[in-house]
Ligand binder design. Structure first.
Ligand SMILES: CC(=O)N[C@H]1[C@@H](OP(=O)(O)OP(=O)(O)OC[C@H]2O[C@@H](n3ccc(=O)[nH]c3=O)[C@H](O)[C@@H]2O)O[C@H](CO)[C@H](O)[C@@H]1O
Ligand SMILES: [Mn+2]
Length: 343
């Protein structure tokens, strides 16, 4: 694979020589009234200008083929220099050439408690089509009804393990309880067996490529409802009594806890910290406004993600496709909360 050759974006044609030529042309023909001089100058001046324009106009497409500066409509890097992943900012062939030889395993945990088991079939079927295709994936399904786990044919090098766990009476406890379960799973078996881990919501489907461009030390996805809002409108926890407290005026992005991902040691640190903070809140009789998502956002404010996924990776079917999204890769399905949640 040929590496990119240029690190600068295409330059706009420079109009200064053209402007100087026109000014001299006007000077010789109008002010000096010398047709001969002005004619000679036109021939002389036209040459470098044309050459210059020729170079600029014809080199632009050539430059564009080599650099990936094709997104000027979105921000593609955080203020701490982590990439923000959008369509058009990466080359799958180059990334696969880097990651495939590393022979990595990506653990993928999904919770399907109570009635949420109904979402699992679509989740798995679409994941098999789009998610980390060509990589070794180990799904871990936490459920209270193992007999209802659908049989979905898996690709080569992909496996599925069912972990039976009791459901809880409140959806909030199920959702936040994922932090403890993840911590225990990493401690008991994943720490030395996998390189990367993603924990994903089950009420979702994949619609497009989700591959090696999402791999990094600590990865978080921008929430579909807040990617175009100023930070003071984020639904961070605003009560100082909670461990998840983020004061107004602070914060980077509002990240969605429907995806927690990265290298296994980093994810372990994150889930363990969030679990401890959730327990402190519980002891203090306070529950953060968006449970583990509030604690997740608090953690990421002080432990910056090394890669941020754009809302292409965290959409919701409720919204029509925004123009900045060239592709929707993963999206929440519409659900009637009162019909699927236990409370
Ligand atoms: C899109 C989005 O913003 N998602 C977040 C949001 O609401 P959501 O409406 O997406 O939360 P949710 O109801 O999908 O619950 C999160 C996840 O917990 C699991 N589950 C939940 C209930 C249940 O009865 N059975 C079950 O298995 C399941 O894997 C589900 O996907 O707020 C939650 C806060 O707690 C989480 O941060 C979600 O990630
Ligand atoms: Mn969800």
């Amino acid at each position: 694979l040929a590496p990119p050759s240029y690190v600068l974006p295409p330059r706009a044609p420079c109009l200064v020589p053209l402007a100087v030529s026109v000014a001299l042309l006007v000077y010789f023909s109008a002010v000096r009234s010398s047709i001969l001089l002005s004619s000679v100058f036109v021939v002389y001046a036209a040459f470098p200008v044309n050459v210059q324009l020729f170079i600029h106009l014809f080199s632009c497409p050539v430059f564009s083929m080599h650099v990936l500066v094709v997104r000027t409509d979105v921000v593609t890097v955080t203020p701490w220099l982590a990439p923000i992943v959008w369509e058009g900012t990466f080359d799958t062939n180059i990334l696969d050439a880097i990651y495939k030889p590393q022979n990595i395993t990506v653990a993928t945990t999904v919770f399907a408690m109570g009635k949420y088991i109904q979402f699992l079939k679509d989740f798995l079927e679409t994941a098999e089509k789009y998610y980390m295709v060509g990589y070794r994936v180990r799904y871990f399904i936490f459920t209270d009804s193992p007999e209802e786990v659908p049989v979905v044919p898996l690709g080569a090098d992909r496996s599925l393990t069912i972990i039976t766990a009791p459901s809880l009476n409140r959806w909030q406890d199920i959702s936040l309880g994922r932090m403890l379960r993840l911590e225990q799973l990493i401690e008991s078996q994943l720490a030395n067996e996998v390189e990367y881990i993603f924990s994903l919501d089950v009420d979702t489907k994949f619609h497009g490529h989700w591959g090696a461009e999402t791999l990094d030390s600590l990865v978080a996805a921008v929430h579909h409802s807040f990617y175009n809002y100023p930070r003071d409108q984020f639904t961070y926890e605003r009560r100082p009594k909670s461990q998840a407290y983020i004061p107004y005026g602070q914060g980077d992005y509002y990240y969605c806890a429907a995806m927690v991902g990265g290298q296994v040691e980093q994810v372990y640190k994150l889930v363990k910290t969030c679990r401890i903070q959730l327990n402190i809140d519980k002891a203090n009789s306070i529950e953060a406004v968006w449970q583990e998502e509030s604690h997740f956002n608090h953690y990421l404010l002080y432990n910056k993600p090394t890669k941020v996924l754009s809302p292409e990776y965290m959409w919701i079917d409720l919204y029509k496709q925004a123009s900045v999204l060239k592709v929707i890769r993963y999206s929440h399905v519409l659900k009637k909360n009162n019909e699927v949640r236990p409370n």
